[in-house]
Write a protein that binds this ligand. Sequence first.
Ligand SMILES: [Zn+2]
Ligand SMILES: [Zn+2]
Length: 82
Amino acid sequence: MDRCDNCGNAYEKTFKIVMNSKEYSFDCFECAINHLAPHCQSCDTRVIGHGVEDGLSIYCCAGCARMQGVTDLKDHSNESYS
Ligand SMILES: [Zn+2]
Ligand SMILES: [Zn+2]
């Protein structure tokens, strides 16, 4: 039986996520998000959708990226319309 890498719960229905070639086990999606989801560089919100990336920085939305002075980013969700 695997243990959740976030909360340590031993659970028979854990699932695995491979991220940056490291394998993690979790007992629920909430733990996976808490453990692995990046944080917006501007408002510290957890980014659980696509987010927007500027090299090494990730933002929850283009608005947050703009607040940090990044002006050439668009939300992924808008790309198909532009
Ligand atoms: Zn857990
Ligand atoms: Zn943000």
